[in-house]
Design a protein around this ligand. Sequence first.
Ligand SMILES: NC(=O)c1ccc[n+]([C@@H]2O[C@H](COP(=O)([O-])OP(=O)(O)OC[C@H]3O[C@@H](n4cnc5c(N)ncnc54)[C@H](OP(=O)(O)O)[C@@H]3O)[C@@H](O)[C@H]2O)c1
Length: 386
Amino acid sequence: MKKIALLGSTGSIGQSTLSICEAYPDRFLPVAFAAGSNVELAFDQCLRWHPQIVSMATEQHAEALSHRLEVAALYDTDVVYGTAGTVQVATLPDADFVVSAIVGVAGLEATYAAVLAGKTVGLANKECLVAAGDLILAAARERGVALLPIDSEHNAVHQCLRGGAANEVKQIWLTASGGPFRNTPLADFANITPAQALKHPTWVMGQRITIDSATMLNKGLEIIEACRLFDLPPAQVRVTVHPQSTIHSLVEYIDGSILAQISVTDMRLPILYALSWPERMASELTFDMSALSQLDFQQPDFERFPCLRLAYEAASTSQAHCIALNAADEVAVDAFLAGKLSFVGIPRTIEHVLALTIGGSPASIPEVLEADHAARELAAEIVAKQ
Ligand SMILES: NC(=O)c1ccc[n+]([C@@H]2O[C@H](COP(=O)([O-])OP(=O)(O)OC[C@H]3O[C@@H](n4cnc5c(N)ncnc54)[C@H](OP(=O)(O)O)[C@@H]3O)[C@@H](O)[C@H]2O)c1
């Protein structure tokens, strides 16, 4: 039985992880949760799973959850909060597998702590690797910790890499659906509303990643994530737009063979793969090959989606630029969702922050967080001026 600490239990990935635990009760048991502000759902999850510990984002949310648990006479769950709380969840001695699915840099310290504590980590949170991939990967290598990608593209690459040796890889291809605005005239981009951007054509996900998919910054973060995870330079991480989202990514080998991973567009499959690795477990998440009629591929349009270009530039410039890219985007997406910034203002803000970023490579997590904080302040100033 694998005992699981779930960071981001109330989110889209968190809930999909719990549905896998539900489907395989004799294999996976969630024992600890970290959530943000959704007290109602965290309470329901406590009722169902009786975790040893739950962390909420703030003291106020933790108090609200404690109160609900007391009224329900549930006394077997400790309630903690804040970053320290997420670290307690990630390092719970009884847990052997940590699913990292808090959105944004808020998940960084807990993910790093999980690696330091020697836990196997299933990584959905790409922002951790974008901001501090070198530190996390170095700590994982030192401790022999497995980092298993849950992001569907990286999970697909992980699977395809089983087909050859690292020095036989020529390049990898990340597929991108192209988001809802793949065919929208560029002239209409300035008028795109949050409601339009939140309608992803193929995936149901949290708000930030859905907006990031619409700007294709999500693919940009994935390029950096792939460079870190698979130890490849940006030039060997390519993007192809594949609107059907049937192939989740591909690995091209030096002999000319290209291996692709095909499956349903359902995040439960990469989650199951990570949780059960190195085994494969039988599932009902089957793909109907007889219904497959068309696979389209297009070059990404860097003019329509400047975030892709910005991500390649950040990846080729410095770690500080990768941190700034992500931090500026988090601020810009919040502002867009709040109606304070236009859709085209998102790449504009990121580009401006990157131009003002001084290169470098933070040597510790506190230094990463400092760089992240500085980039956020800069982004907030730039957003305010727009
Ligand atoms: N969804 C997908 O299909 C998908 C695919 C690939 C990768 N990912 C990555 O996986 C991560 C999660 O994505 P998602 O779509 O599941 O996001 P989501 O639905 O927005 O969920 C985010 C989770 O993080 C929690 N959270 C937010 N701020 C927090 C804080 N300060 N402290 C503790 N918990 C906090 C939220 O709690 P509350 O809801 O309680 O506030 C929620 O549980 C992201 O990094 C995303 O890029 C997602």
